[in-house]
Design a protein around this ligand. Sequence first.
Ligand code: F6P
Length: 319
Amino acid sequence: MKTIGVLTSGGDAPGMNAAIRAVVRTGIYNKVRILGIRLGYEGLIHGNLDDMEVSSVADIIHRGGTVLQSARSEDFMTEEGFKKALNVIDVYNMDGIVVLGGDGTFKGAQALSKAGIPTIGIPCTIDNDLAYTDYTIGFMTAVETVVDAIGKIRDTSSSHGRANIIEVMGRHCGDIALFAGLAGGAESVIIPEVEYDPEIIMQKVINGRNRGKLHHVIILAEGVGNSFELAEKIENVSGIETRVTVLGHIQRGGTPTSFDRIMASRMGKKAVELLLENKSNRVLGFKCNEIIDLDINEALKQKKVFQKELFDITEVLSI
Ligand code: F6P
């Protein structure tokens, strides 16, 4: 293993830079040349890459985003695009590749491994939606951003005696809403994993008001549906003014938490070590407080287990 490429693909996640740093420095420590591929698989197709030195990753451990930039490449999934990528890998004598991203990124890693290029995946997505691992890098930072927003919105919610819906990201997964809702003490958490009845939410808003509660914060995961429609219903039925805040991409940026940096450092180092052991088609994860690695095909087959216990806690504590 003389040369390893590293790329970040799909939606960025805080902690990606810390993982890039770990890959680069572990590689150089082991006398491996590291090539930083820009813009994910798109950059691989076009040979958009550069040598990474120890100093290339100085001063990035605390920064959100990704210094390698990211993209969702459709061309890479075409036969022609994939062939071009293989050619670039050959021209630059890459012996292995580390990819950082979510399930889409891992499908690319699967294809590369199948084509004989040793490839290792590091789970980086704010969504925490990968079934085989308890944790994906970036998740806790996104949760902290939402918790911060809940505190601020609760202030104004109380001042005006309103109900406030905060729509958060997560694609089809409710983890950001669930964890942030619990930590932020939201009155209601609406997630795709649990069917919800708007009538019950409205009743909760009304009951709260009758008890003299001034604020009402509802966290709604984007995978559930339209928050503006729900706001209109609440307002019409309860007579309580209801506002919507769609947090959007603010959840994708910002300084990664210490936990995200530590996960990224551990997984980045381990990814290079796996390649040095001639392993391929594997993804890293976090289970029972340990860094694990498993076959990508096995990992992608797993179905995410919903943590109902956490949801039940939010229900009990928000009466
Ligand atoms: O997968 C991360 C994520 O932020 C999702 O939560 C969200 O649905 C999606 O990406 C947004 O994608 P884009 O940045 O392309 O708008």
